[in-house]
Design a binder for this molecule. Structure first.
Ligand SMILES: [Zn+2]
Length: 421
């Protein structure tokens, strides 16, 4: 909870005099901040946070084996401090105090209206939605509520457990795409060779519906495994992806009606429900055919996304090498990786998330989270989730009550001052 009492006493008094920077309650402050921010472009998500050095005695053996004991020991204390704190401690480092306050106010505002499952109201998730709407709280709220509703309707939480995409390899043959290593910062790298898509074949081996579900399952895997694993490997907070779209051979002919339908559906899901997870998108091998198409495609993308896209022609390699080590670039993008053991780079899904030691750490964290969260199927767990939600709602209302008290105190003080003249 933010420290409403102290700040608000000061705030009210300064407002009475000539302070224009701060207003009488955190709600107003929130709106004000939102207005001020409307046209601002924000720096990349990760640059504010660095993972703090892990405080423990010098490890005799290096590597992740020795780190394994860390979350397990921390696990017990995590149960005491609660989920949000636990993830912050392990993966996030410090938060920007400026954002902390607007995120907390946003969280309080949401909790007054709807039961937000604790695993979706953490600092980073809420901040992504706020950023996507340029800190316009009302718009971010609408977006977030739609997101919760979609998760419920689409049964997103059941997908990783229940959905099996057996046609994965066949799909990858006619639609080459996949995660492949990390960029120099440590973000997952995602590559798609869209010019090589064989749509007829794709629709023979899968359906649009199943393909979209697969896409959602991959997005969930990125949020729940790839980002935490990359954060642990890079020892700093990682929460976005660097993507490369190879458009060699793409032209209007590739953009048939079913292709458009898939593109629109995926684009809608990504921008509405997984906002601010794209760090940068490099479009490479853009010839004249693609550039014509690009003019039309741009209309469907919002300005924030467009700012992250770099359209490059055939001499793209230096731009890529600035941000990606050649060992993480496949040979078809002029790097030196072939992943021959896996039948090609786009089939390997190579990255820190496949390191068993790191995966164990992520698993340990998420298990602890579930213990804290009551995020499960049993009755007891559901009850404990309801308890957490109720507790947070009470905290939100208490904060509001404190705000109101402070405002009244300030008002009384102001009346006193006026009387004393
Ligand atoms: Zn490879």
């Amino acid at each position: 909870m933010y420290n409403s009492k102290d700040t608000d006493c000061r705030i009210v008094i300064s407002r009475v005099s000539e302070g224009e920077e701060e207003s009488s309650s955190s709600w107003q402050k929130l709106e004000k901040t939102a207005t001020n921010k409307t046209k601002t472009l924000h720096p990349p998500i990760e640059c504010h946070w660095q993972l703090p050095p892990i405080k423990q005695p010098k490890r005799s053996s290096s590597g992740f084996k020795s780190m394994l004991s860390y979350p397990l020991k921390v696990g017990e204390s995590l149960k005491k401090v609660g989920r949000t704190k636990s993830l912050q401690l392990l993966l996030e480092g410090t938060h920007d105090p400026k954002h902390e306050q607007i995120v907390q106010s946003f969280r309080d505002m949401l909790l007054l209206e709807v039961q937000v499952p604790p695993k979706h109201n953490d600092y980073h998730t809420l901040l992504r939605f706020l950023r996507m709407r340029d800190f316009d709280v009302a718009k971010a709220k609408e977006m977030f509520l739609n997101y919760l509703e979609w998760r419920e309707d689409y049964r997103v939480d059941t997908i990783p457990r229940e959905f099996r995409f057996e046609e994965r390899e066949r799909v990858k043959k006619c639609y080459p795409h996949g995660y492949h290593g990390v960029d120099r910062f440590g973000r997952p790298l995602y590559i798609e060779r869209i010019g090589m898509v064989n749509l007829n074949e794709l629709l023979k081996v899968t359906s649009v519906e199943r393909f979209v579900k697969y896409h959602v399952s991959e997005q969930e895997k990125t949020l729940n495994l790839r980002y935490p694993a990359c954060s642990i490997a890079a020892k700093k907070h990682v929460a976005s992806t660097t993507s490369i779209l190879d458009v060699q051979g793409v032209g209007l002919a590739n953009f048939s009606r079913p292709a458009r339908a898939i593109f629109m559906e995926i684009q809608k899901i990504d921008s509405n429900y997984y906002p601010e997870t794209l760090h940068r998108l490099f479009i490479v091998n853009a010839g004249s055919g693609f550039r014509m198409l690009w003019k039309a495609l741009k209309a469907f993308l919002d300005a924030r996304t467009l700012n992250k896209i770099h359209v490059l022609g055939y001499n793209y390699i230096n731009d890529l090498l600035e941000v990606i080590d050649p060992s993480n670039l496949p040979t078809f993008l002029n790097g030196n990786c072939t992943c021959s053991d896996y039948g090609g780079c786009l089939l390997s899904d190579k990255g820190p998330w496949n390191n068993p030691d790191i995966a164990d750490i992520v698993e340990a964290i998420s298990t602890t989270d579930k213990d804290n969260n009551g995020d499960g199927d049993g009755d007891d767990e559901t009850t404990s989730e309801a308890t957490i939600v109720r507790k947070m709602k009470i905290e939100a209302l208490e904060a509001l009550l404190e705000d109101t008290k402070s405002a009244l105190e300030g008002l009384a003080l102001h009346i006193e001052q006026l009387r004393s003249f």
